[in-house]
Design a binder for this molecule. Structure first.
Ligand SMILES: Cc1cc2nc3c(=O)[nH]c(=O)nc-3n(C[C@H](O)[C@H](O)[C@H](O)COP(=O)(O)OP(=O)(O)OC[C@H]3O[C@@H](n4cnc5c(N)ncnc54)[C@H](O)[C@@H]3O)c2cc1C
Length: 171
């Protein structure tokens, strides 16, 4: 999926305060005037949220894809560059141990489904789903986080994502 913002615009272009004033107005910090801070900014850039549906294949002959070209995803969960690094590690290990054609096939068989799962998870917030959960349950704010969401619920979301993303230390 690639939203209209992605197809119609560059991934980095000048924006305007009015584009996101309705969000900025909701930010309330006791020690800073958020609106004044943003309005005082000379240049505002916009980075549209966009990704792509997983591709059916990455490899043709002796050419394959990796990184964003293979699996651009919403930028949540400190991913994107991290997945490109995991691609590179996987590919380097395979190329060092078997013929190129076999290595490319094994690389795609391992990394394409793994990254496709992340593209899907990132569309629903990835590990940052915890923030949505808290906002849904406590729209008016809260005093103690543990009154809103149990530590096990947080762990289930964040550790589940870490496993999916290949960040889980044990994995
Ligand atoms: C605002 C923002 C924040 C991000 N934060 C994070 C984060 O916290 N953690 C994280 O893991 N990821 C993050 N990412 C995502 C991350 O930057 C990308 O996933 C990562 O850079 C992808 O690496 P890549 O090498 O696949 O592609 P790129 O970094 O896009 O590299 C592709 C390169 O190819 C070059 N190129 C393009 N066309 C041609 C051509 N025809 N000939 C020669 N060269 C060409 C481009 O100039 C570019 O240098 C963020 C991205 C953005 C925009």
């Amino acid at each position: 999926m690639c939203g209209p913002a992605c197809t119609a615009r560059s991934s980095r272009r000048l924006g305007a305060y009015d584009d996101f004033a309705h969000f900025a107005g909701r930010l309330c910090l006791p020690f800073i005037d958020v609106e004044a801070l943003i309005r005082a900014t000379r240049e505002i850039f916009e980075y549209p949220m966009c990704d792509r549906d997983p591709l059916p294949f990455w490899t043709r002959g002796r050419v394959t894809l990796m990184g964003d070209a293979a699996h651009s995803m919403y930028p949540v969960g400190s991913n994107g560059a991290s997945q490109a690094i995991l691609d590179a590690r996987c590919l380097a290990e395979l190329l060092a141990s078997r013929p190129a054609q076999d290595a490319l096939a094994a690389y795609e068989a391992g990394r394409l489904p793994a990254t496709a799962a992340l593209v899907g998870s990132n569309r629903t917030g990835g590990p940052e789903r915890v923030i949505d959960l808290v906002a849904e349950r406590a729209p008016a704010g809260f005093e103690r986080l543990e009154d809103v969401v149990r530590p096990e619920e947080i762990a289930a979301v964040t550790q589940g994502y870490a496993t999916l993303a290949g960040f889980a230390v044990r994995a």
